[in-house]
Design a protein around this ligand. Structure first.
Ligand code: COA
Length: 173
């Protein structure tokens, strides 16, 4: 798998992945993508937001990388460069998702390992990951990458209160 930022030639792969991404989960494959915007505008928006430009007050700069196997997008991983009050509670620095057809093959684990290198290179000493207490696959992914559980909090959502795990991963210097 190759893990990298999107480029203009990925347009077909990008829309193919969006079409295959389950719509019934609150987790987005293409962060900040809105239907109707052109692919090139989306890439420009990602670049801007990675640089910290045109961010709404509640947003922080973010790097978004995609995993490719044979030119097909198989997943994505994001790194928020810093935390704000909301992200410190829930959301954290890192998020990842894998296309259903590619799950159970170690892809999330590889995506997480890759973004930890990016985080370290950006000067972070540790990253926060949060996940639903019922998300066994994500819990295993985080714990395989040496995530240390800080606590499990009650998080109010539209669907009621959920239990959210908060993990830190220390980054080696
Ligand atoms: C969570 C998710 C990213 C895992 O992706 P994945 O590529 O299947 O994960 P991996 O193959 O790297 O597996 C990691 C570990 O989880 C385990 N696992 C995978 N799917 C599992 C499942 N459905 N139930 C329990 N464990 C599971 C794997 O066996 C592996 O552990 P092991 O090495 O001890 O066997 C994927 O299910 C997903 O995209 N879910 C929707 C988005 C999401 O929940 N993102 C995380 C938000 S916190």
């Amino acid at each position: 798998m190759t893990v990298r930022k999107l480029k203009l030639s990925d347009e077909t792969a990008f829309f193919a992945a969006i079409a295959k991404w389950p719509k019934d989960i609150g987790f987005h494959l293409a962060i900040w993508y809105r239907e109707g915007i052109s692919f090139s505008d989306y890439l420009n928006l990602l670049d801007e937001r990675e640089r910290g430009e045109n961010l709404e007050p509640s947003m922080v700069p973010m790097t978004l990388l995609f995993g490719f196997i044979n030119d097909e997008i198989v997943g994505r991983v994001s790194l928020r460069h810093r935390l704000n009050e909301n992200l410190l509670r829930s959301g954290g620095n890192v998020g990842y998702g894998v296309l259903p057809a590619f799950r159970g093959q170690g892809i999330a684990t590889s995506l997480l390992k890759e973004i930890l290198l990016v985080a370290r290179a950006r000067g972070l000493d540790r990253v926060l990951l949060t996940c639903d207490d019922s998300n066994s696959a994500s819990i295993k992914t985080i714990e395989k990458c040496d995530g240390i559980l800080e606590n499990v909090i009650d998080l109010p959502t539209e669907d009621g209160i959920i239990k959210e795990r908060r993990y830190w991963i220390e980054l080696e210097s």
